[in-house]
Design a protein around this ligand. Structure first.
Ligand code: COA
Ligand code: MG
Length: 294
């Protein structure tokens, strides 16, 4: 499964006001959070509210994900509460090894049996938030067929390195993540810069544009005002679509490996990139259409 997740809005599971807000409806995906947006004393409350929250945020047709806690003592209950019909994936924070993934995979499998969910239906979005996790990324991504996406937790990762989460410090790790994701056929998500300010949408857009250029295909956000920016930036632009259509048309006419189009050489990888862009546009259109039918 290749997810179309241009925007993934975090919603703290215990915040009824946010869970009920109609402003979540444009997001491609909603991540109900049980982890760092929920204070320790409210973990159980948030978990108990999950069933109703899944229904509330799911009514707009977005994919619903749940971010579970990483700690032993919380994750078992979280996974049991989160694996159920209506939840397409779990978000796993602070993953550091392939063994972490295999352990969680077993929990998810048991929870699927208990909840009557088909084995393998629950997918995983992996969050790497430490230096150790980044270095282990190839073996992490190989550890389960459930994994369909990966992101770097900018704030936690920078804290682990003892640096500020800036474009300068995040660029190399994020490129490593994009490469590991491509090698394993999973979607690289996130922004190559700080993204906690929701009062500066122009700055946010610029970071998103640069993140897309590095290979990211979508990003998580924390405020509904950021959704439209991500949906626009992580979709092919009209200009890109026109160019890709011209390349595909010209290739059909030329019928040879390499040919010239407006003073530019076009060959197989360029054609293939144009086809991939058009396929991505079709997937986004299908997603929007499916949502309209909900
Ligand atoms: N999800 C859903 N709705 C949200 C939302 C969110 N993350 N953040 C804000 N909203 C809604 C509010 O409920 C309100 O809706 P309404 O118009 O229906 O009343 C509207 O958007 C405006 O909210 P605003 O007053 O601007 O925000 P706030 O001050 O109430 O909340 C934050 C600001 C940062 C606390 C809040 O956005 C938030 O909790 N974000 C998620 C944090 C998180 O999950 N972090 C962990 C992952 S990094
Ligand atoms: Mg984190």
């Amino acid at each position: 499964m290749t997810p179309v997740w241009r925007s993934l809005l975090y919603v703290p599971a215990h915040q009824e006001k946010h869970v009920g807000s109609a402003r979540v409806r444009e997001a491609d995906a909603v991540i109900l959070d049980l982890e760092d947006a929920v204070p320790p004393e409210l973990k159980a409350t948030a978990r108990a509210a999950l069933g109703a929250a899944i229904k509330a945020v799911g009514r707009w047709g977005a994919d619903v994900l749940v971010r579970v806690n990483a700690e032993a003592g919380l994750i078992e209950e979280d996974v049991r509460a989160a694996v159920r019909p209506g939840v397409c994936a779990l978000v796993l924070p602070k993953v550091e090894s392939g063994d972490d993934i295999r352990r969680i995979d077993r929990l998810v499998q048991a929870a699927e049996t208990e909840a009557g969910v088909a084995h393998g239906a629950t997918r995983l979005l992996v969050l790497v938030e430490t230096a150790k996790g980044l270095l282990a990324l190839p073996s992490i991504l190989e550890a389960s067929a459930r994994i369909i996406a990966v992101n770097l937790g900018n704030e936690d990762f920078a804290r682990d390195l003892g640096v500020e989460p800036s474009e300068e410090t995040l660029r190399l790790p994020r490129q490593q993540m994009v490469i590991a994701a491509a090698a394993n056929g999973v979607a690289p998500l996130g922004l190559v810069g700080q993204a906690t300010r929701f009062d500066d949408l122009d700055g946010y857009r610029e970071v998103a544009v640069r993140s897309r250029r590095l290979g990211h295909v979508g990003a998580a956000c924390i405020h509904p005002s950021q959704i439209a920016v991500l949906n626009a930036v992580f979709a092919p632009s009209e200009a890109e679509v026109s160019e890709a259509l011209a390349i595909v048309d010209a290739a059909r006419m030329a019928g040879v490996g390499a040919f010239a189009l407006n003073g530019r050489m076009i060959d197989k990888p360029i054609l293939s990139r144009a086809q991939a862009l058009l396929e991505r546009r079709r997937m986004i259109e299908r997603k929007i259409e499916d949502r309209g039918n909900n």
